[in-house]
Write a protein that binds this ligand. Structure first.
Ligand code: SF4
Length: 904
């Protein structure tokens, strides 16, 4: 038997065979360069083989005849001989490109499309300078579609490569674009031939990013303007942490695209890609302000900071340092958060420091810490393609974490089982194999039922439970006693549906869990997280790829703000502030005293401001008046303070109440790092200078630290990161240079050698053994007290187009796409209340009332109403309650007892 050839020959040079799927992929990888031209290929999309520009000649073996194949979809094989540039393929490619250009606008070869036209590049690479064929005019006169807020469609330039259609299907999973017609009549269209702006497009921009001719392009790209630099940075909206490539000219941001070599692999949502025009909006605050005679009045930086210093000193003298508090910002960088907590702890002298993790995922951090020993997500979104089952609990990722949501959608469309547990029929719920549309507030009841049925079906991973966990036996005995009929009644679910979910989850080889604020923002939020941890432990879905417990963190850097110590009980690196050795550790590291008394959580700060024990509050980039529950109480708290300092980019509802306003900067004007929901630390790099009159938030903090007596150099993110790495053990090997060299960022813990960790708890949990917890369901106090008078349950969540209180997105064209908050109301309730879509209705609770437009929809069940909190005109938190998670004081946004009344 002759020796089998081991390698592959590219133009007579041998390369070792590997598992690349196609000739094109193999050649690109082997040569480290793209020498084969293509038009319809995009590495992000499945091979398509339509344009044939990538044709090559191949021989299956040395003696085999040559044949011409499209390299993008012809499988590579050992012994294959590939001729990438033979005379015959050169001729073929040139001919194809000429034919394409013969039915393309006549000025194509000279037009300046964004300086970035692949068709022109390909034409040049195959040697086309003029076209031998008669000019066709089959589609060159197509009208432009300018109806979309962010994209332009000029199909006269379309070459029918279908890349946009495939990007819409394969990247976003939206299926808005399609190819219609045949032959010369073939053309791209949107669903039902609607105008682009009226279609089901979710504006992710994947089509514009892939289009090789700018037949679909971003509105921000100008034909005649080329950027003088591009800056790589990280999105400042949600916790997915997409990388962005920012094109800049003359210190102005022109456009944003998604780089390929990043966690988001060339994809973003509309917020990251398009909603950046807030950064230099005319509403930006551009001067420090001090309240004089009741009016916020411009002043110098020195005047503002000296005023704060004077107030701090007198309050400390009269009431002690614990009468002062700070709320840090999960929108700002790790380095800024680290310095802010250092200022509050070491210079003001109090542990009264918290951040918005309190109002979102504090139950996740605390619950997972008790189960596993660390509160962070266990796996990476890169694992999604490895999961054969995904369970999404209390989360709407296609709206709130869109790039992760799209990955989940794609995996479900690839055949993985999808389970959604949510009171609202979300986009994922519509496509799910199982949707448990439970009554809000019954997560614990439903998760207990799932655990019960897993035990009943004998689907426990006994080895994992025995080897890796503790408390398993007691837990199993307790769960066997569950009254499943009662729990089914309470949750409003059919117990057979719950049983099917339990069996599907426990039978999957790799089951990956995702959860959001629909889990945490409840009075039993922490307990729910512990039950989710139980589920993963009892089925062995931890410590390997494609599994795990994966919280979808809301704010871009909420993970980082907590990591940096912006919590009253934890200093940087999650060390307990009430322990003497921890206090000594920080004192030793920083050379500064460390406070020893327990700090206040955010709701306790508000209570303190109302009862007079808290006198001063510095709020760093949080709009608590609009976003925290029970607005009346928050407003009363702000009014009760002697000093309210707000560091902000816009005059937010909270800033309007401040004594001092300090104008900070956006992520586009500063450098540092963000840590995403997967523990991934990524660089933020300033694309433009801070607007005149503003300072970077780190610099503001440093200048205040100087006023408070600590000699400090100007803020330098790389230098602060060095200090962080010396204090926070899991940042040990993180350096500014190391991050710059890692386009995917580094997932903590990062060891001394700079090696990161994709998966936590391999072999052993952080706490040693994983711990089982049993918890009974308990009705929320909000319902026990108010359900008779207020019979509906209001639940709140976000829409794709806006971010939280929309301070940023409302100052972009996103307002053209989504203009207002509405109440979703079930058709039966609407009938009973004599309401139709478009009517106005008042939501009334024990705390207050708001009036909104009605949307009648069966996406919510009878008795449940749902709205968003993006617009200050509504201030939905006027009605939300002061009930909090029993353990972390995270507010219970997801359950509000309300009545719905027709507004006159
Ligand atoms: Fe930004 Fe999140 Fe959208 Fe990514 S998915 S672009 S991180 S908002």
């Amino acid at each position: 038997m002759s020796d089998q050839p081991k390698g592959v020959f590219i133009d007579d040079v041998e390369f070792p065979f590997d598992d690349s799927s196609s000739i094109l992929a193999f050649t690109d990888k082997a040569l480290g360069d793209k020498i084969i031209p293509t038009l319809c290929n995009d590495d992000n999309l499945n091979p398509y083989g339509a344009c044939r520009v990538c044709s090559v000649e191949v021989q299956q073996s040395e003696d085999a005849p040559k044949r011409t194949v499209a390299s993008c979809h012809t499988p590579i094989a050992p012994g294959m001989r590939i001729y990438t540039n033979s005379e015959s393929v050169k001729k073929l490619r040139k001919n194809i490109v000429e034919l394409v250009l013969s039915d393309h606008p006549p000025d194509c070869l000279t037009c300046e499309v964004n300086g970035n036209c692949e068709l022109q590049d390909v034409a040049a690479s195959v040697g086309v300078r003029q076209i031998r064929y008669a000019k066709g005019d089959n589609h060159c006169d197509r009208e432009k579609d300018l109806s979309h807020a962010y994209m332009r469609m000029d199909l006269s330039k379309c070459i029918n490569c279908s890349r946009c259609v495939r990007a819409c299907d394969e990247v976003q999973g939206q299926f808005t674009l399609t190819m219609t017609g045949r032959g010369f009549e073939s053309r791209i269209t949107t669903d039902n031939d609607m105008l682009f702006g009226d279609s089901s497009c979710v504006s992710c921009g994947a089509c514009a990013q892939t289009c090789p001719t700018s037949a679909i392009s971003d509105v921000f790209q100008s034909k005649s303007v080329e950027a003088d630099k591009t800056v790589r940075t990280t999105c400042s909206y949600c916790g997915v942490g997409c990388n962005l490539e920012v094109a800049v000219k003359n210190d102005e941001v022109l456009s944003i695209r998604a780089p390929q070599d990043a966690v988001n692999a060339g994809h973003t949502c509309l917020k990251g890609r398009y909603a950046f025009k807030f950064y230099n909006h005319e509403d930006r605050l551009t001067s420090p302000l001090i309240r004089k005679d009741g009016v916020l009045t411009p002043c110098s930086w020195d005047e503002a900071l000296d005023f704060i210093k004077g107030k701090f000193e007198s309050i400390k003298q009269d009431h002690g340092p614990d009468a002062i508090a700070g709320i840090s910002s999960a929108r700002c960088t790790n380095e800024e958060n680290y310095m802010f907590q250092k200022m509050i702890r070491q210079l003001v002298g109090t542990n009264n420091i918290d951040c918005c993790a309190r109002v979102c995922h504090s139950p996740t951090a605390w619950g997972m810490q008790q189960s596993f020993g660390t509160g962070a997500g266990t796996n990476s979104t890169a694992d999604i393609p490895l999961a054969d089952l995904m369970i999404v609990i209390g989360a709407n990722p296609t709206a709130a974490h869109p790039v992760t949501g799209a990955k989940i959608k794609q995996q479900a469309m690839s055949g993985a089982t999808l389970i959604v547990i949510d009171p609202v029929r979300t986009e994922l719920a519509r496509m799910a194999d199982h949707h448990l549309q439970l009554k809000p507030g019954t997560n614990v009841a439903v998760l207990n039922m799932i655990q019960y049925y897993i035990v009943e079906a004998g689907l426990l991973d006994h080895e994992f439970i025995k080897e890796r966990c503790e408390g398993g036996e007691d837990f199993i005995e307790q769960i066997k006693e569950l009254d499943v009929d009662a729990m089914a009644e309470i949750s409003g679910l059919d117990k057979e549906d719950v049983k099917a979910v339990a069996i599907a989850y426990a039978s999957a080889n790799n089951a990956m869990e995702f959860h959001g604020l629909g889990v945490t923002e409840h009075s039993q939020g922490t307990k729910t997280v512990m039950l989710i941890s139980n589920l993963a432990m009892m089925t062995g879905n931890l410590g390997r790829p494609g599994v795990g417990v994966n919280p979808l963190r809301g704010q871009n850097n909420v993970q980082g703000a907590a990591d940096m110590g912006c919590q009253p009980h934890h200093g940087p690196g999650y060390l307990w502030m009430d322990q003497k050795d921890v206090q000594d550790f920080y004192e030793d590291k920083l050379g500064l005293p460390t406070p020893t008394t327990p700090g206040r959580k955010i709701p306790e700060m508000f209570d303190g401001a109302v009862d007079g024990s808290l006198k001063a509050l510095w709020i760093f980039a949080e709009d608590v008046v609009q976003t925290d529950p029970n607005t009346h109480h928050v407003v009363k708290a702000m009014q009760g303070l002697d000093l309210l300092v707000v560091q902000e980019i816009f005059m937010s509802e909270t800033a309007k109440m401040a004594d001092v306003v300090l104008p900070g900067t956006t992520f586009l004007e500063k450098s540092g790092t963000f840590t995403n929901t997967e523990r991934r630390i990524q660089q933020v790099n300033a694309a433009v200078k801070p607007l005149p009159g503003t300072k970077t938030d780190g610099q503001i903090i440093v200048e205040m630290m100087r006023k408070l007596g600590l000699d400090q150099p100007d803020f330098d993110a790389a230098e602060v990161l060095k200090e962080v790495a010396s204090v926070v053990s899991f940042f040990e090997g993180v350096t500014w240079e190391g991050l710059a060299a890692s386009p995917m960022g580094l997932q903590w813990p990062v060891n001394k050698k700079g090696e990161d960790t994709q998966i936590l708890h391999i072999g052993e949990f952080k706490r040693g053994k994983g711990k089982f917890h049993y918890h009974d369901w308990k009705e929320s106090e909000e319902l026990t007290k108010h359900k008779n008078e207020y019979p509906f349950i209001l639940t709140t969540s976000r829409e794709l187009q806006h971010y939280n209180c929309a301070t940023m997105t409302r100052r972009t064209s996103n307002v053209q796409i989504l203009t207002k908050d509405v109440i979703m109301l079930n058709p039966r309730d609407a009938k009973a209340k004599d309401l139709i879509s478009g009517d106005r209705a008042t939501l009334k609770s024990d705390r207050g009332q708001v009036t909104l437009d009605v949307e009648v929809t069966d996406r919510v069940k009878k008795g449940v109403v749902r709205t968003t909190f993006h617009f200050p005109e509504v201030l939905i938190n006027e009605v939300t309650s002061g009930v909090t998670d029993e353990e972390t004081k995270c507010p219970e946004y997801k359950i509000v007892a309300v009545d719905v009344l027709k507004a006159s």
